[in-house]
Write a protein of this length. Sequence first.
Length: 281
Amino acid sequence: MHKRSRSLKRQHNDEPSGNGVLNGGVPAVIKAVRLLDALATAREPLTLTALAGELKLPKSTLHALCATLVQTGLVRRFENGTYHLGLHVVDLSHALLARTDLTTEFARVWDSLALLPEETIILSVLDGADVVYVACRNGTRPLGVNFRIGMRLPANCTASGKALLSTLPQRRVLELGRAHGFAALTRKSVTDPRRLLKQLAEVRKRGYSVDDEGTGDGMICFGAPVFGAGAAHAVAGVGVSLVKAATSARDRTLAIQAVRKLAATLSDRLGARGLAFQESS
């Protein structure tokens, strides 16, 4: 979901005509997809002028396209007149992810490893400064948060989100903060960029993340990043959530080992190498 889809030009053998439209395609649809592609690669919302310059299309054409895409939810228009991708793109991504190797392998791995059957285990992907949950196995213990597929939470608050952010360059993390802001879910949520970067450095050092009541009061969660073949940055994050008051030191150790083993096994299934799990002594 976070890797930009291959550009329209690379997906077709047809060569574009002089006006930038592929031969044999429906011009309006192709222009709309090019517009979505431009918004997907932009680091911040774009104005009509910027879009016109990049796509070499008249503003009047772009205005009509944007208005239609805003109505469908594929594009969002901000109060200052700029545009970015809309939430319906995420809905479409969820439908795709439900059929991808990522979610399928996640279910297979947790079944084969039989990890922490009483606890809630989730799989999430990064979308801007948020994580979106794409798979979830709710445990038998009640939690303050009921996780579900499609749920969206600030990445800086969650264990899986911190695991994902820890694999990004610091510059990119700060860019996400400036563009979207780091929201708070509880009084213990970390929203200060400097504190967050310090936590992310600790995640990289020890190999797992901790959410100590940053997502919900009375919850403690542990997360780890999942890598794909040749991916420098994590493609997903896994997390396990526990009731803090009922969690002993041994329970925490077992949860950390479980989430790291789950992430390493899933990474291996996705083609990543050199991430063999090692249990803590």
